[in-house]
Design a protein around this ligand. Structure first.
Ligand SMILES: CC(C)(COP(=O)(O)OP(=O)(O)OC[C@H]1O[C@@H](n2cnc3c(N)ncnc32)[C@H](O)[C@@H]1OP(=O)(O)O)[C@@H](O)C(=O)NCCC(=O)NCCS
Length: 147
C-alpha cells in the first residue's frame, strides 16, 4: 500500500501493518486504552472502513511505522482516535501530518465536523490538538457505556 504514501510519509495501513501498529500503540500511548486493542479489533476496522487507519512511516527500505491515527467516517461525522507517535520521533510534525491526512480523508467523504477524544489530563495531546486548530467543546458532554 506504499504507493498511496503522501509527501509527509503518511499512508493508509493494510492488514500486514497491524502487528507494527499494535506495537506502536503499546510503546507510544500514554495510558492503556479503556477498550483493549487486539489484532481482531484492528482487522475489523480495516474491513469496516478501509483506509481509516493511517500510518506514518520512515522513508526507504525497511520502513518503520512511527505514527498512527484512526480517521473514522460513520456516514455522519468524522472521529479521530489512536493518535500516537513513537517517542523517539516526536516534535517533528508527524502528528500534525497525520491529523491533516485524516481531515482530508474525512472531508472527501463528506464530513463537516471532526471530533477528537482527548483525556483532560493528557497535556501532550491537548497541546497537539490545540496546535492543530481544534477547540475544546464546552457545551457537549460525552455519555459513554461499554457494551
Ligand atoms: C501527542 C503526540 C501524538 C504528538 O506527536 P508529535 O508528532 O510529537 O506532534 P507534532 O510534532 O506534530 O507537534 C505539532 C505541534 O503540536 C504541539 N505539541 C506537540 N506535542 C506537544 C507537547 N508534548 N506539549 C505541548 N504541545 C505539543 C506543538 O505546538 C507542536 O509544534 P512545535 O513542535 O513546533 O512546538 C505524541 O506526543 C504522543 O504520541 N503522545 C502520547 C499519545 C497521545 O497522547 N496521543 C494523543 C491521544 S488524543
Amino acid at each position: 500500500m506504499s504507493d498511496a504514501t503522501d509527501a509527509t510519509g503518511v499512508r493508509p495501513a493494510g492488514p500486514a501493518d497491524v502487528p507494527a501498529v499494535l506495537a506502536l500503540w503499546a510503546r507510544a500511548r500514554s495510558a492503556a486504552a479503556s477498550t483493549p486493542d487486539t489484532p481482531e479489533t484492528v482487522a475489523r476496522l480495516l474491513e469496516a472502513d478501509p483506509g481509516a487507519l493511517l500510518v506514518a512511516a520512515t522513508p526507504g527500505a525497511g520502513a518503520a511505522i512511527v505514527g498512527s491515527i484512526v480517521a473514522a467516517w460513520d456516514g455522519w461525522r468524522g472521529n479521530m482516535y489512536r493518535l500516537a507517535v513513537d517517542p523517539a520521533h516526536r516534535r517533528r510534525g508527524i502528528a500534525l501530518a497525520l491529523v491533516r491526512a485524516g481531515e482530508r480523508r474525512l472531508q472527501e467523504r463528506g464530513a463537516r465536523r471532526v471530533t477528537a477524544l482527548v483525556a483532560h489530563d493528557e497535556a501532550d495531546a491537548v497541546g497537539l490538538w490545540v496546535a492543530a486548530g481544534y477547540g475544546r467543546d464546552q457545551a457537549i458532554a460525552r455519555f459513554v457505556r461499554n457494551l
